[in-house]
Design a protein around this ligand. Structure first.
Ligand SMILES: NC(=O)c1ccc[n+]([C@@H]2O[C@H](COP(=O)([O-])OP(=O)(O)OC[C@H]3O[C@@H](n4cnc5c(N)ncnc54)[C@H](OP(=O)(O)O)[C@@H]3O)[C@@H](O)[C@H]2O)c1
Length: 303
């Protein structure tokens, strides 16, 4: 299938989205506005980013019709290990209502459980089904769910997640999980596509230095392919995700990066170069490493 800026996946999600993690409220406002003006039509937000007020202002300021934008946000489920109480059914329903107020929206397009960190995750999922019925979200899904966690939901007979947002780049290629999601028609969404780059989260306190030694070879191969295709290394990594059938997210605080990262539909990575990137897989996640955990591996037993 030919990919273009206007291509949408089977839940109507544009294939590239602007993420808002690690942006202040002010940066989120400016970044989201810039991204929508540049042509992004998909915004990824979360309760846990503490900036939804800015994201909402940015959406409003851009003046793009609501129908043309796909907005995702996430529930922080609670995590006892961090002293964060787990949300029950009622609190889950209330949380989306609060988030919609901050976002200044009547509905979101996709609501995700941010990670399977709560014993109450099936109760939270039941609330998600209710939120979809009530129209406050068009679609429901999960993030950081492995096959076992998704099966917990499928085994109950409840509606299945329509999407799963996971870390995905050549060093974390999610081969078995991608196959499982394809088989179950669960839309894959990639986050932290740029984790292999030396510029990823490189500002003080962002945590990009953690495990940086594991990235060297990937950086060399990505650079070589980028030079050959006359594009940036970031464009190569985003395009790699798209060619694997994923929707990809990217965030930047810099207008020039925001504009450039959207330009991933005018070139193709050859099968041979895709294969070279595929061979770099280490099943290594980086995005949550600075917090000392891999969110796919820490689920407590179900209550
Ligand atoms: N569900 C989850 O658990 C989860 C986890 C992580 C992320 N996410 C979502 O996915 C989004 C994307 O992940 P991410 O935040 O890790 O974003 P990313 O796009 O993979 O990486 C962002 C980092 O790369 C740099 N960067 C961006 N464009 C660049 C370019 N063209 N050249 C060089 N460096 C560039 C940025 O710095 P500058 O600001 O300097 O450009 C920033 O440090 C998040 O914002 C969030 O919405 C979800």
């Amino acid at each position: 299938m030919e990919l273009s800026k206007s291509t949408r996946n089977n839940i109507g999600m544009p294939l590239i989205g602007f993420g808002t993690y690690q942006l202040s409220i002010n940066q989120a406002e400016l970044g989201v506005k810039e991204a929508l003006k540049a042509g992004f039509r998909h915004i990824d937000s979360a309760e846990g980013y503490n900036n939804e007020e800015g994201t909402g202002k940015g959406i409003k300021a851009a003046g793009v019709s609501r129908d043309d934008i796909f907005v995702t946000t996430k529930l922080f489920p609670g995590y006892k290990q961090w002293g964060a109480p787990e949300k029950n059914y009622k609190q889950t329903v209330e949380m989306l209502k609060n988030q919609l107020q901050d976002l200044q929206l009547d509905y979101v397009d996709l609501y995700l459980i941010h990670a399977p960190l709560a014993e109450l995750r099936l109760e939270q999922w039941r609330a998600f089904i209710e939120l979809k019925k009530s129209g406050l979200t068009k679609h429901i899904g999960v993030a950081n769910y492995n096959e076992e966690r998704i099966n917990e939901i499928l085994n109950t007979g409840m509606d299945k997640p329509e999407a799963n947002q996971i870390e995905f780049h050549p060093l974390c290629a999610q081969i078995d999980l991608s196959r499982f999601m394809r088989k179950n028609s669960i839309s894959p969404i990639a986050y932290s596509s740029l984790a292999p780059l030396s510029t990823w989260r490189s500002e003080a306190g962002q945590g990009g230095e953690v495990l940086a030694d594991l990235k060297k070879e990937c950086q060399l191969v990505t650079r070589e392919i980028a030079t050959k295709l006359k594009v940036s290394e970031a464009q190569v990594l985003l395009r790699w995700g798209l060619q694997h059938g994923y929707s990809v997210l990217t965030r930047s605080s810099k207008p020039e990066h925001i504009r450039k990262n959207l330009d991933v539909f005018n070139f193709v990575i050859s099968d041979n170069d895709m294969e070279r990137l595929n061979r770099l897989n280490q099943n290594q996640a980086f995005a949550w490493a600075a917090n000392g955990l891999n969110p796919m591996e820490v689920a407590p037993s179900l209550k």
